[in-house]
Design a protein around this ligand. Structure first.
Ligand SMILES: NC(=O)c1ccc[n+]([C@@H]2O[C@H](COP(=O)([O-])OP(=O)(O)OC[C@H]3O[C@@H](n4cnc5c(N)ncnc54)[C@H](O)[C@@H]3O)[C@@H](O)[C@H]2O)c1
Length: 377
């Protein structure tokens, strides 16, 4: 498969390395990055040289028109994800987009319409690499099989630190270019995994604040989430936490399962504590030395197998929608003070078209902000 990388910034390296990691494997289709495109020609050229990519340029449309691409990996700032994804799907090209896939529920639904009509059955998926480590997959399997019993309580903490310098990149900290603060940009990794494990949520109560950074968005949010089957979780998304961790904890009938890492985990980062009287359950948990750690390669291997087989990728548009809907609900609850129920944010709701919605009390829209194109350079 001929792969184009769109956006040659920091995370694009993980994509180029993961595709290079397909080489020599017989359990995945052959794939090669043939083009890298960036609005900054120098960055595209340097990236092509670094990763041995034969073609580089500044026009994604030209690559699409020439029919030289089977799959595109969109690694631009978030404001460009949805337009590029729709253009690719219309051209019959599979789309792998970085998180957050979109800026709003309205954009997810527009991509859904494009995917439904895509020639050749082209598919859309989003990178959420922490779903794909062995620990997360084992936990999901043990809940599905009933061996862990019911899940009752969970915590989901993204406690990260981003100093003022981080926000000097112009597209960060803005509703129109980043989509939101740590809820959309950082904690989304963890609460996407929470949803992958616990399933559909039913209601959310949240708070958000801009406590320390010079940004338009929040720099911390906290939410309480109830799931369809009754389980309850707390979710914290912070960029103000000097000792950084990404921690999830699941209390089930048979025991407590925990992972504590930062940007990626191995089996060593997971623990299992059996419930009193359920010491037998300890035997359910164990490492798999053959499994890749959570990361882009772990997600892209099954994704490309699905592309080649004409099947749905392991992360579907419906999965993406569930996670983006939870983000929208956190913002809506935080900014309106209301409990937000699943399904209530639809066309006509201010939180359907932007995460900012009716807006936080701290940040009226600035009248001096740079245009989107300028802010994303
Ligand atoms: N999965 C992860 O763990 C992870 C980690 C970091 C970032 N990300 C996500 O990846 C995306 C990119 O983040 P980054 O840190 O690599 O950003 P970055 O600023 O380092 O790179 C973005 C690149 O896109 C280019 N660009 C901007 N607009 C463009 C356009 N219209 N067409 C083509 N190129 C364009 C820029 O010139 C730049 O080279 C974001 O959505 C971010 O949230 C994901």
């Amino acid at each position: 498969m001929r792969v184009t990388i769109l956006g040659a910034g920091a995370i694009a390296n993980a994509h180029a390395e993961a595709i290079a990691g397909f080489a020599g494997r017989d359990d995945v289709p052959e794939a090669r990055v043939t083009h890298v495109i960036d609005i900054d020609a120098g960055r595209a050229e340097a990236f092509a040289e670094k990763h041995g990519i034969p073609h580089h340029g500044t026009s994604f449309e030209a690559v699409l028109e020439a029919g030289e691409v089977d799959a595109v990996h969109i690694c631009t700032p978030p404001a460009f994800h949805a337009p590029a994804a729709q253009a690719a799907l219309r051209a019959g090209v599979h789309v792998v987009v970085e998180k957050p896939a979109v800026l709003s529920l309205a954009e997810v639904d527009a991509i859904g319409a494009a995917e439904a009509e895509a020639p050749g059955g082209a598919r859309f998926t989003q990178i959420v690499q922490h779903r794909f480590g062995h620990g997360a997959q084992l936990l999901r399997r043990l809940l599905d099989s009933g061996e862990l019993g019911k899940a009752y309580v969970a915590t989901c903490d993204t406690l990260w630190f981003r100093g003022p310098g981080y926000f000097e990149v112009p597209w960060r900290g803005r509703w129109d270019t980043e989509g939101g603060g740590p809820t959309m940009g950082h904690g989304i990794h963890q609460f996407d995994l929470l949803l992958a494990i616990l399933g559909r949520w039913s209601e959310v109560t949240a708070l958000a604040g801009r406590l320390a950074r010079h940004v338009d968005t929040e720099d911390v949010s906290m939410a309480l989430v109830r799931f369809d089957d009754g389980a309850m979780a707390s979710v914290t998304n912070s960029l103000l936490s000097p000792r950084e961790t990404s921690d999830l904890r699941f209390d089930t009938e048979a025991g407590t399962v925990e992972v504590s890492h930062l940007y990626g985990y191995t089996d060593d980062d997971w623990t299992f504590t059996p419930a009193p009287g359920r010491e037998d359950a300890a035997a359910l948990w164990g490492p798999d030395p053959s499994a890749p750690p959570s990361g882009h390669l772990a997600q892209l291997l099954p994704t490309y197998r699905a592309f080649a087989a004409g099947e749905a990728p392991p992360v579907t548009l419906a999965d993406v929608r569930g996670t983006i809907e939870l983000a929208a609900a956190i913002y809506k609850s935080a900014f309106t003070g209301a409990v937000v129920r699943s399904g209530e944010i639809g066309p006509g709701d201010p939180f359907y078209t932007t995460m900012r919605g009716t807006g936080p009390a701290w940040a009226p829209v600035k009248d001096t902000i740079a245009p989107v194109e300028e802010a994303t350079r």
